[in-house]
Design a protein around this ligand. Structure first.
Ligand SMILES: Cc1ncc(COP(=O)(O)O)c(C=O)c1O
Length: 404
């Protein structure tokens, strides 16, 4: 018998929430004087270019709380990826494809992460598993919500999840653990967690644990097309996936995150969220990003980033003070690279000095990650434009020469 039961997993007061009915849910047409909006229009100078650009966008009106058009575009995009030949994660004709009902939108994934924790974790009582090295916001959101963190590190040689250890931890800690947060591709590891392993965990969890397996796929478009497990949420009710427009789509400024879940859980998350969390401006741009032409643009930028990533790795090979790409992670728009001291040893103190010198004296800023588990001497470097990368390599060479 399945151990997973959403009705007992979700906090009771949240499970029974009736979604807020906004004025537009009742009536959409006519003289609309029901939402205390300013029907005189936005207070923007009519001479401004911004006013001209947005004068037809009804910015004086509250945005659509449901965003069905955008969600439908996302569903179509991910379903079609899962139907491309060679996809790692397939949708067969027996699987129910994604629809708008499987989604909840957030102000970036950071809001989605916080919302999910609030939905299932009781403050001061429940806990969740993270798999370090991992994304820093999980800890912060857990702390804000007074939720204890249990760490089950990734296998450090290949940055895969440690399935036996996770199962052991869940078996011994019981249902006080409400979710496991897995970043795939990882941050800072840059490595995709095997979808087959995730499915094994999902299947085992359904039978043995009342909790959620969460795959944070912020960087998924930098992996092979068809690697996303988001399409499996109708098959595994214990699966949640996060995606964002901040990375491959290059839209971090609009703040748009997507949570994929079973229809039932997506309904709960939609009831919990603030009704108007996605602005009209965000939604307009997000819908443009999901047109076939914009998806093609995204793919072409991803290809350029991958080519630049290979070039950078090649150039780093010729620099004595760089060692390996840690864990071999090549599924993201960044690399985690090992910095070696002048004796050829990975060295976090040295990496930190290099990072500071680069940022302060060369105005070239990468991320120091030497304090993370399994990341001795690590710098995390986002892949920039060809020009930025050229300057980056020159500045690393200068810095290492100064430290000889
Ligand atoms: C793994 C991971 N998840 C989520 C986020 C947050 O994304 P957003 O910009 O959508 O809040 C980041 C941002 O760096 C990330 O690395």
């Amino acid at each position: 018998m399945a151990k997973f039961d959403l009705s007992t997993l979700v906090r009771p007061k949240i499970y029974s929430l009736e979604p807020y009915r906004c004025a537009r849910d009742d009536f959409k047409e006519g003289i609309l004087l029901d939402a205390n909006e300013n029907t005189h229009g936005p207070a923007l100078s009519k001479a401004s270019s911004l006013y001209q650009a947005f004068k037809d966008s009804e910015l004086n009106r509250y945005p659509d709380p449901h965003q069905i058009d955008f969600k439908t575009l996302v569903a179509h995009f991910r379903n079609s990826e899962a139907q491309t030949p060679g996809a790692l994660v397939n949708l067969t004709k027996d699987d129910k494809p994604l629809s708008a009902a499987n989604m909840c939108l957030g102000v970036g994934s950071d809001e989605s992460i916080d919302a999910l924790i609030r939905t299932v974790c009781r403050p001061g009582i429940d806990s969740l598993i993270i798999c370090p090295p991992t994304y820093g916001m999980y800890k912060i959101s857990s702390q804000i919500n007074d939720v204890e963190i249990v760490s089950v590190p990734l296998c450090l040689e290949d940055f895969e999840i440690d399935l036996p250890k996770i199962q052991e931890t869940l078996a011994s800690r019981g249902d006080s653990i409400k979710m496991i947060l897995i970043t795939t591709p990882g941050n800072p590891t840059g490595r995709l967690v095997s979808p087959a392993k995730l499915e094994k965990l999902l299947q085992w969890s359904l039978e043995n644990w009342n909790g959620l397996v969460v795959a944070d796929e912020a960087y998924i478009d930098f992996s092979d097309i068809g690697s996303s497990v988001s399409v499996l949420v109708n098959k595994y009710p214990n699966l949640v996936t996060f995606q964002t427009l901040s990375k491959s789509f290059g839209l971090a400024g609009i703040r748009l995150g997507i949570t994929f879940a079973s229809e039932e859980l997506a309904g709960v998350l939609n009831a919990l969220k603030a009704p108007y969390n996605i602005s009209t401006l965000t939604s307009t741009i997000a819908q443009e990003a999901l047109t076939p032409q914009s998806i093609a643009q995204m793919r072409s930028t991803v290809d350029i980033i991958k080519a630049q990533r290979s070039k950078l790795i090649q150039e780093f090979k010729e620099i004595d003070n760089f060692g390996k790409v840690i864990g071999g992670g090549l599924d993201s728009n960044f690399i985690l690279v090992e910095t070696l001291n002048n004796n050829g040893k990975p060295d976090s103190a040295f990496a930190k000095k290099v990072y500071e010198n680069m940022a302060i004296n060369k105005k070239t800023v990468v991320r120091y990650r030497g304090n993370e588990l399994g990341c001795v001497g690590a710098l995390r470097i986002s892949i920039g434009t060809a020009e930025e990368n050229k300057t980056l390599v020159e500045n690393f060479k200068k810095t290492f020469a100064e430290f000889k």
